[in-house]
Design a protein around this ligand. Structure first.
Ligand SMILES: [Zn+2]
Length: 183
């Protein structure tokens, strides 16, 4: 059964995600971390890649920022997902990461993942005007990724499986500028 479940703050998985959320805590607060159980067809497919591969693929756990169209601060159950086809958050949860939704660049069409929060953060944001600074970032398991421009890219959408969704709230738009206000 597909589910999204908020993790308790005391949960080991919650603390593990936080420990990898590598940006300065002065610029955001974590609203919630949702553990994702995708539809069995997605998990089954991914697990079988891992199980049956001649040579075990290298498994990476990476961040993926995406846009949201709905009230992500209310997300605590699958029934709350919206039906807006532009909503990256609900789209990925329902249909998995889709190459058809990826922005092609000169190198081709890829799905992009990042080991750093600050880079993935650049791709988050609201599709409506007022969202009070809320952002959504996925944590996904990725196989057959290749390094490209400080990121990891994949060419096949089957090679990524969403594991967690981090809902956070930022106080500043760009983390890079944090030195500006400190000086
Ligand atoms: Zn949505």
């Amino acid at each position: 059964m597909r589910t999204i479940t908020p993790l308790p703050i005391t949960d080991e998985e919650y603390r593990n995600i936080i420990s990898n959320f590598n940006i300065s805590p002065t610029f955001y607060t974590i609203h919630s971390i949702l553990k994702i159980e995708m539809d069995w067809s997605f998990t089954n497919r991914f697990d079988s890649f891992m199980m049956w591969a001649w040579e075990k693929p290298n498994l990476l756990r990476l961040f993926h920022g995406t846009k949201h169209a709905c009230d992500i601060w209310n997300l605590d159950d699958w029934s709350k997902l919206c039906n807006n086809s532009e909503c990256g958050v609900c789209g990925i949860l329902k249909f998995g990461p889709l190459l058809s939704k990826a922005q092609p660049n000169l190198a081709g069409t890829y799905l992009w993942y990042s080991p750093t929060v600050s880079m993935a953060h650049e791709y988050t944001g609201p599709l409506k005007l007022n969202d009070d600074g809320f952002r959504a970032m996925f944590v996904m398991d990725v196989i057959h990724g290749k390094p490209y421009s400080n990121s990891i890219v994949i060419e096949a959408q089957e090679n990524a499986l969403p594991r967690y969704l981090i809902i956070y709230k930022v106080y500043r738009e760009k983390f890079e500028n944090q030195e500006d206000i400190l000086s």
